[in-house]
Design a protein around this ligand. Structure first.
Ligand SMILES: *[C@@H]1O[C@H](CO)[C@@H](O)[C@H](O)[C@H]1NC(C)=O
Ligand SMILES: *[C@@H]1O[C@H](CO)[C@@H](O)[C@H](O)[C@H]1NC(C)=O
Ligand SMILES: *[C@@H]1O[C@H](CO)[C@@H](O)[C@H](O)[C@H]1NC(C)=O
Length: 363
C-alpha cells in the first residue's frame, strides 16, 4: 500500500519520509460493518445488531480501551494497545508503527517499547574533539573537495545492496539510523537482518550515527520521552556494536531549545545538511530525475577546490538506493570530489565518533 501525499507530509515533515509503508487503516465503522455482513444481518435485525454491538463496544472501551477512539480529547488506550495516527486503539502494525502511532495515547506503540540491552544512561560523556555539541547544529562540511553522502531512517530492505554499491565505488557514507520506525522492527532484534547490516557498515568504514529511537517529533515530547528516544537507540547500538555514536540528526530537522539542551548533556553533535535532493519525495522512475537535477545544479555550480557538501538521502526508498545513488557517486568522482563520512568532512578523528558502552550484556 502506498502512503498518501497527505499522510506522507504529516508523517515525514521536512526531511524524513516513508516509502511503501502500510497506512494505518481508517478504522472504526469498517470493521464493525464487515462483521455484520459476514453474519448476513439485514433490515431491522441489522439495526438492532448495530446498536447492540455499539453498546457493547462502548462498554468495553470504557473498561479497557482496546478498540475505541484515542488521542487528544479521548485519552489513552489500554495497556498492550496502540493508538493509530487516525486515533483508534488496536494491535498490530496498522496501529503500532512509529512514528505514526501516538505514543502519548498508545502504551504499546513501537516508540514506547524499549530495546533489550544494558542501560547506557550512566556512561560518562566527556566532550570528544572540537566539533560543537548541542546548540543550533551543523549544516556544512569544513574540508573543501569533500562530499558526505548521508542516509536517514534505515537500515531497511535495500541497505545491504546500498553497501554493495558503496563498496564498488570505494565510497563512504554516514547512516543516521532509527531504532524502530516504519514497522521494520527493533534494529537489535537478532531475528532481523539489521544487526549484521549495522556491523557491516562499521566494518566497511562507514559512519554510524543516531536518528533517534522511533522518529518522533521532538517538539511533542516531554524531556523524559526525548531522553528515551536517544538512550534507547544507544542501548540498541551498544548491544550490537559495544559502543554508540556521538553524532545524530534530529527527525524532521526539529530540535528546539529543550532538545538541544538534552543533546548537549548527552554529548551529541547535531547534524543537518546543505544538499537535499529530495529523493524521498521522488521515489518513482518518472520522478527521480528531479533529484538528479538538484544534485547536478549543486555540483555544477560548485568548485571542487573550495566547496564541500553535506548531503541527505533516505535508504528506505527504492529509487534512492537503486538509481539516484549510482548517479551521485559517479558524478562525485567525475568532478574530483572525495567521498567521506560526516566526521571526516568536519575534520573529526574517527576515535571521536563513538563512546564505548558499559558492556554488551546484563550480568
Ligand atoms: C511537531 O510538533 C509541533 C508542536 O506540536 C508542531 O507545531 C509541528 O508541526 C510538528 N511537526 C511535524 C513535522 O510533525
Ligand atoms: C480510556 O479510559 C480512560 C480512563 O478511564 C478515559 O479517560 C479515556 O477517555 C478512555 N479512552 C478511551 C479511548 O475510551
Ligand atoms: C532511473 O531514473 C531514470 C530517470 O533519471 C529513469 O528514466 C529510469 O527509468 C530509472 N531506472 C529505474 C530502473 O527505475
Amino acid at each position: 500500500m502506498k502512503v498518501s501525499a497527505a499522510l506522507l507530509t504529516v508523517a515525514c515533515g521536512l526531511v524524513a519520509a516513508h516509502g511503501d509503508v502500510p497506512i494505518p487503516r481508517i478504522l472504526g465503522g469498517g470493521k464493525l460493518f464487515s462483521d455484520l455482513r459476514a453474519r448476513h444481518i439485514t433490515g431491522l435485525a441489522r439495526e438492532r445488531a448495530v446498536e447492540h454491538v455499539h453498546n457493547k463496544r462502548t462498554r468495553n472501551d470504557k473498561r479497557e480501551n482496546t478498540s475505541g477512539q484515542c488521542g487528544k480529547g479521548y485519552g489513552s488506550c489500554a495497556v498492550g494497545y496502540c493508538c493509530s495516527a487516525e486515533g483508534w486503539c488496536g494491535k498490530g502494525s496498522d496501529y503500532c508503527t512509529s512514528p505514526d502511532c501516538q505514543i502519548n495515547y498508545g502504551p504499546a506503540c513501537d516508540g514506547n517499547r524499549k530495546p533489550s540491552g544494558v542501560d547506557t544512561s550512566s556512561v560518562p560523556r566527556p566532550k570528544l574533539g572540537s566539533v560543537s555539541i548541542g546548540g543550533n547544529g551543523i549544516y556544512d562540511c569544513v574540508n573543501p573537495g569533500e562530499i558526505a553522502i548521508t542516509f536517514d531512517d534505515g537500515p531497511y530492505l535495500y541497505t545491504n545492496d546500498l553497501l554493495d554499491k558503496f563498496k564498488s565505488y570505494g565510497a563512504k557514507a554516514t547512516f543516521f539510523i532509527t531504532g524502530n520506525n516504519i514497522g521494520k522492527g527493533m534494529i537489535n532484534d537478532p531475528s532481523t537482518p539489521y544487526p549484521a547490516v549495522i556491523k557491516r557498515m562499521h566494518a566497511e568504514g562507514h559512519q554510524i550515527a543516531s536518528h533517534t529511537w522511533s522518529h518522533e517529533n521532538s517538539s511533542t515530547l516531554t524531556n523524559n520521552q526525548y531522553t528515551n528516544q536517544i538512550i534507547w537507540n544507544e542501548i540498541a547500538f551498544n548491544s550490537i556494536l559495544g559502543f554508540f555514536p556521538t553524532y545524530m540528526r534530529p527527525p524532521y530537522s526539529i530540535c528546539a531549545k529543550a532538545c538541544q539542551n538534552i543533546l548537549a548533556t548527552l554529548g551529541y553533535h547535531i547534524i543537518y545538511f546543505d544538499l537535499d535532493t529530495e529523493g524521498y519525495l521522488m521515489d518513482d522512475p518518472t520522478l527521480i530525475q528531479t533529484s538528479k537535477n538538484i544534485w547536478d545544479e549543486a555540483i555544477n555550480g560548485a568548485n571542487v577546490r573550495t566547496d564541500s557538501f553535506l548531503n541527505i538521502e533516505h535508504d528506505i526508498h527504492y529509487q534512492t538506493v537503486y538509481n539516484l545513488t549510482d548517479y551521485m557517486l559517479s558524478s562525485l568522482f567525475k568532478h574530483g570530489y572525495k567521498s567521506v563520512t560526516v566526521g571526516e568532512c568536519l575534520g573529526d578523528p574517527a576515535s571521536n565518533w563513538y563512546r564505548a558502552g558499559p558492556g554488551k550484556h546484563n550480568s
